[in-house]
Design a binder for this molecule. Structure first.
Ligand code: NCD
Ligand code: ZN
Length: 345
C-alpha cells in the first residue's frame, strides 16, 4: 500500500557546500529537495567579510543548474578581527543571515576561529542589537577534555557564560549530539534553538568503531552513546519548535576520508529526506516531520515557511547511488544501514 505525505518544501539550517568542483557536484543534491540552506563559511580561506560572502554567493548561484530554485543563506565566519559594522551592514542588506562561531581548532578548517571570547564581544553585542543569530559549533578544544565530553563541557564553560553576558543574542546550537545539549535548549528561553543532523538520529559511536573503523561515519561533533542518539530522536520528533533540521552534510572526497588521518564529515544531502521520513515513521511521528524539516527553522530565523511543497511516497526501497562523482574525486553518501522506502517528489 502506498502512503503519501506532503509537507512545505524543507530547508537545511546547516550545510557545507564547499567550492569549485565539489560545490558544482553537491549543490544539485541539496537544491533538488531543499529551498534554502544556511551555508557554512569554513572554506579555505574562510568567508569572513560581507565581500567574501557576496563573492561566495555568486559562485554558488553560477553553478546552480538551470531550472533549480534554491536560495543560499550566507554566513560569516567569526574571527577575533571581525568588524561589527561590516557584519551589521551585510545583515542589513539581506546578504548575510547569521554569523558562525567556531572555537579555534574545533573542526575542519577552523584554525581562524575564536580563542579569546572577550575579543568578539563587540560583534556579539551588535548582533544582539540587530537580532542577527549566532550559529555555534559547541565543542571545547582543550586537549585534556575527552572528545566525547566536549559538547557538554562547552555548554557549561563557554555557551552559558556567553549567553549570560549577551542576553538578547539569538543562538543556534549547531548539530547537537547529547542529552545535555537537548536539556540546555529545553530549559532556556525562546531565543535559543538547536539543529539536529540526519546522521546523529541514525548512528551512535558503535557504528564508527565496532567491527573495523568506518571513516564515513566519522564527523564532528562525533556521534555519542546510544542514550544520546535516543535523546536526539526524542527531541527531533517531539514537536518542540526549538529543534530543527541542519543536516551538516559535509562532503569530503574518499581519499580524504579513507586515510590515516581522515577528515570529519558525513555527506547526507542526497538521501536526508528519505532517511528522516523513515526515522519519523519509526517514532510514530510522521505528522511532525513538517515541523522539524520545514517550519521550525524559518520560525526561529524569522523567515516565511515555503509556499512550495514536496511529497514523500512510501513504496519499494529507493536506490540511492553509494557515491557521487565530483571533479575532485568521489564522495561517499551516508549509508543509514536500513532500507529507505520514502521517495521524494
Ligand atoms: C564539517 C566540515 O567538514 O566542514 N565537518 C563535520 O564533521 N561536521 C565541519 C563541522 O561542521 O564541524
Ligand atoms: Zn558543519
Amino acid at each position: 500500500m502506498s502512503r503519501t505525505l506532503t509537507i512545505p518544501r524543507p530547508d537545511d539550517w546547516h550545510l557545507h557546500l564547499r567550492d569549485g568542483a565539489v560545490l558544482r557536484a553537491v549543490l544539485p543534491e541539496t537544491a533538488r529537495h531543499f529551498g534554502r540552506a544556511i551555508v557554512m563559511p569554513n572554506l579555505v580561506p574562510p568567508v569572513v567579510t560581507g565581500a567574501d560572502a557576496a563573492a561566495y554567493r555568486d559562485r554558488i548561484m553560477t553553478v546552480l543548474p538551470d531550472g533549480m530554485d534554491f536560495t543560499p543563506l550566507m554566513t560569516l565566519y567569526l574571527t577575533e578581527e571581525t568588524d561589527p559594522a561590516d557584519v551589521a551592514a551585510a545583515h542589513a542588506s539581506g546578504l548575510v543571515t547569521a554569523v558562525k562561531l567556531y572555537p579555534a581548532g574545533a573542526t575542519t578548517n577552523s584554525a581562524s576561529g575564536v580563542r579569546d571570547f572577550d575579543r568578539v564581544r563587540p560583534v556579539l553585542e551588535k548582533m544582539a542589537e540587530i537580532g542577527m543569530p549566532l550559529c555555534v559549533h559547541g565543542e571545547v578544544t582543550d586537549t585534556e577534555i575527552d572528545i566525547f565530553d566536549r559538547e557538554a563541557v562547552f555548554i557549561d564553560r563557554v555557551l552559558d557564560p556567553l549567553r549570560r553576558a549577551t542576553p538578547g543574542l539569538r543562538v543556534v546550537m549547531e548539530h547537537i549530539t547529547t542529552q545535555q545539549g537537548v536539556d540546555y535548549v529545553t530549559s532556556n528561553p525562546e531565543n535559543l534553538g538547536a539543529t539536529i543532523t540526519t546522521h546523529h538520529l541514525v548512528i551512535n559511536r558503535n557504528h564508527i568503531l565496532v567491527g573495523g573503523i568506518k571513516p564515513h561515519y566519522y564527523c564532528l561533533p562525533v556521534a555519542k552513546r546510544e542514550e544520546h542518539r535516543l535523546a536526539l530522536r526524542h527531541a527531533a520528533t517531539s514537536g518542540d519548535a526549538r529543534f530543527f533540521l541542519g543536516t551538516d552534510s559535509a562532503p569530503h572526497t574518499d581519499p580524504n576520508k579513507e586515510s590515516a588521518c581522515g577528515c570529519a564529515g558525513c555527506f547526507t544531502a542526497t538521501n536526508t529526506l528519505s532517511i528522516l521520513a523513515e526515522v519519523f515513521e519509526q517514532e510514530n511521528a510522521l505528522d511532525r516531520l513538517a515541523g522539524f524539516a520545514s517550519e521550525n527553522g524559518p520560525a526561529f530565523y524569522g523567515l516565511p515557511v515555503s509556499t512550495d511543497t514536496i511529497t514523500l511516497t512510501k513504496g519499494d526501497p529507493v536506490a540511492y547511488p553509494p557515491k557521487i562523482d565530483t571533479g575532485d574525486g568521489p564522495v561517499t553518501l551516508f549509508d543509514p544501514q536500513m532500507p529507505l522506502h520514502w521517495h521524494v517528489t
